[in-house]
Design a protein around this ligand. Structure first.
Ligand SMILES: Cc1ncc(COP(=O)(O)O)c(C=O)c1O
Length: 401
């Protein structure tokens, strides 16, 4: 039977009692309860899970990225270096923060091209590293280059919850890490996001701009070591910053909180599924799954692979056959209006040409591969993809030559 490749996992039963309580009381706004609102508890639990001092839950990862840039207090038109392969929300956040996105090349392995990154870094005032689809760029090299120039790094870890780099949690390496709770991510609330940092100044600014008006920010102080510096910064920024009102609501937090305990299992199953399909696909001469970097322990929630030796028409035919047989494949650069193809980000002041990234996008395929699939279902997915490649390249080539 064709597996369901699309649905997310059911929300844990444990969420129901809290949602019922919120529905009965109507207590949906994060700042109504005097203390311990679900959003506040989510922030504490997420910070503890990530081993950081501060977390701020907001309406989306895009909002978290925007607030991160605003928290850095960058001047108008500051140049923010971002990868040329990411989701349109990333350059959008930069534009929204009155900054200018500068795109650097991304290689065939979906990771930042460090030569191009370094060449463009000197003119940048901040960097957003998107670990696109959970593929981690070389954070050692990036941090060395940025630290040497005192350029702040924001990690866009929308797809990277659970990923480790040299044993460190992705999202905790730069000055700020941003995560998404949109449905295709490891923690699913439909919509939502969170930013994490150890810097009280940055989080204080972000808290106020997220919509902690009047003295609502007091509800961000938790009993513990991290409060004194935060309280001092919050008091200082009171009334000095615009309110963008990008708060998360209690219902979303109630949906997310019981999923935090599921992270290790989801990471384990997602990795198992990814590696199983990747190994099968790598046996094909026409499909290549770029290997992970040595320092990386991945937490994949989807599968990306490159087609090799196929023309544009053959690439399209491959995607069509796979789709007809039950596995939807998007070729990033060929799917009309794909929000991950940089030439579609026409809202930017300037859309550059990135030949390496463009070449990668024209052969890079994107497939959902939920962690809840069984190993048999993964084998079925691999079989559909291998058969599609053979249908295009195997018999056709054999007869044609
Ligand atoms: C790499 C990346 N960054 C940021 C985002 C934005 O996340 P959100 O939908 O929570 O705003 C996404 C969304 O999928 C993404 O893929």
């Amino acid at each position: 039977m064709t597996p369901n490749m699309h649905d997310a996992e059911a929300i844990p039963e444990g969420a129901r009692a809290e949602i019922d309580r919120l529905l009965a009381s109507g207590d949906l706004f994060r700042y109504t309860a005097p203390q311990d609102a679900p959003v506040t508890l989510l922030e504490r639990e997420f910070a503890a899970e990530m081993g950081v001092k501060y977390a701020l839950a907001v309406s989306s990862c895009s909002a978290a990225l925007f607030l991160s840039l605003k928290a850095l207090d960058l001047p108008r038109d500051a140049r923010v270096l971002i990868p040329g392969f990411t989701f349109a929300a990333v350059p959008s956040a930069v534009v929204h923060a009155d900054c200018v996105p500068v795109l650097c090349e991304v290689g065939e392995n979906y990771r930042i091209d460090l030569n191009d990154f370094e060449a463009k870094l000197d003119k940048a005032q901040a960097v957003i590293v998107s670990h696109m689809r959970g593929h981690t760029s070389d954070m050692d090299a990036i941090m060395t280059l940025c630290d040497a120039r005192d350029i702040p790094v924001i990690e866009d870890a929308a797809h990277s919850l659970g990923t480790l780099w040299g044993g460190r949690k992705i999202g905790t390496i730069g000055r700020i890490g941003c995560f998404s709770f949109q449905s295709y991510k490891l923690l699913n609330a439909g919509e939502g996001g969170i930013l994490i940092t150890d810097d009280p100044e940055l989080v204080a600014r972000a808290v106020i701009m997220s919509g902690a008006y009047e003295h609502m920010w007091q509800k961000h102080l938790s009993p513990g070591d991290n409060s004194a510096a935060l309280e001092e910064a919050l008091q200082r920024w009171q009334n000095k910053l615009p309110l963008y009102n990008l708060r998360l609501g209690n219902l979303s937090a109630a949906v997310i909180r019981p999923q935090i305990a599921e992270i290790p299992r989801r990471v384990r199953d997602g990795r198992r599924n990814h590696d199983r399909v990747a190994e099968a696909l790598d046996r094909s001469p026409w499909i290549c799954v770029p290997p992970k970097l040595d320092q990386e322990d991945r937490a994949p929630d989807s599968l990306q692979f490159n087609l090799s030796g196929m023309s544009d028409d053959e690439t399209r035919t491959f995607a069509r056959i796979a789709g007809e047989n039950g596995v939807k494949v998007q070729v990033f650069g060929m799917n009309t209006d794909n929000a991950r193809a940089f030439w579609n980000w026409q809202f930017m002041p300037e859309v550059p040409e990135l030949p390496r990234t463009r070449a990668m996008l024209m052969r890079a395929c994107d497939t959902r591969l939920p962690a809840r699939l069984t190993e048999e279902e993964c084998d079925w997915v691999a079989g559909v993809l291998l058969d599609a490649a053979e249908a295009v390249m195997g018999p056709l080539r054999a007869f044609g030559t």
